[in-house]
Ligand binder design. Structure first.
Ligand code: CO8
Length: 258
């Protein structure tokens, strides 16, 4: 991986760690930064030493949203030609689980980035919002779609139409996030959470994530067929044989990731 301008990255114990790093702009996302995030995620997706991706931020805001300065003089045609949201589509194609740990403010495009991840852990002071409406625009990177699927129309509209801030507890209650932890424990808990997943057989992780993604848009019948095929596929893996033999022999399995 090249050294990036707006993010930091590292591989630690099977965890591909990406930290947003644009502190002077409260981690506001410019187009280059989004490209860097996507490039790092795709590189981790193809790196056999990585089993799970962990995305974090630091400081007052996990992310203050899209870079307003960069966005202010956009035109519809410039945006059509630049097609920047294609990068966001690529995020949705990452096969490995993505855990996101957030703190401080999670705004606009930053909230959309969080919604593009699979599992979210937040420190208790975290505040989420979609302030786009107050700027005369609306979310453009999946906010109206992913949020509505998660929380339903009523809450999604309330949050999107007011731009009000949502606490971590409220986000937890509405199933936007998985866990809330004390501020000083965020990093440790995030690594622990990621590590619990990283320990599992990697092909199971992959096919479970894929099947859950299918459940987001398929009918229950199609989804069941898809699940079944993925279930069958895993019986061609070493880790299935190892996992089941270990159970029968009353020992701990040693998974190989194939
Ligand atoms: N874009 C550009 N610069 C920003 C942004 C931003 N979103 N947020 C903060 N900054 C800059 C500030 O301009 C300031 O710069 P400088 O030091 O040069 O003056 C620096 O970061 C520090 O910020 P503040 O001084 O404002 O810090 P405060 O603690 O006073 O306030 C806030 C923090 C409340 C977060 C405030 O900065 C703020 O309201 N920021 C804008 C939040 C916002 O409206 N975000 C939504 C943007 S719209 C969006 O995300 C649309 C998504 C569409 C698709 C996604 C594509 C990526």
């Amino acid at each position: 991986l090249p050294s990036f301008t707006y993010i930091r990255h590292e591989v630690k114990d099977g965890i591909g760690w990406i930290e947003l790093h644009r502190p002077e702009r409260l981690n506001a996302l410019n187009r280059e930064m989004v490209k860097e995030i996507v490039m790092a995620m795709e590189a981790f997706d193809h790196d056999d030493t990585v089993r799970v991706v962990l995305l974090t931020g630091k400081g007052k805001a996990f992310c203050a949203g899209a870079d307003i300065e960069e966005m202010a003089d956009q035109t519809p045609m410039k945006m059509e030609v630049a097609n920047q949201f294609a990068d966001w589509d690529r995020l949705g194609l990452v096969k490995k689980p993505i855990v996101c740990a957030v703190q401080g403010l999670v705004l606009g495009g930053g909230f959309e980035l969080v919604l593009s991840c699979d599992l979210v852990i937040a420190e208790e002071q975290t505040m989420f919002s979609f302030p786009e409406v107050q700027l005369g625009v609306m979310p453009g990177a999946g906010g109206t779609q992913r949020l509505t699927k998660l929380v339903g129309k009523t809450k999604a509209l309330e949050w999107l139409l007011t731009g009000d801030r949502i606490t971590a507890q409220e986000a937890l209650q509405h199933r936007v996030i998985n866990k809330v932890v004390q501020s000083e424990q965020l990093e440790e808990e995030a690594f622990r959470f990621a590590h619990t997943i990283a320990k599992q057989p990697v092909l199971s992780l992959r096919l479970i994530k894929e099947a859950v993604e299918v459940a987001q848009h398929a009918s229950i019948y199609e989804g069941m067929q898809f699940e079944r095929k993925n279930f069958y596929l895993l019986f061609d893996s070493y880790d299935q044989e190892e996992g089941m033999s270990a159970f029968l022999e009353e020992r701990k399995p040693i998974f190989k990731g194939n």
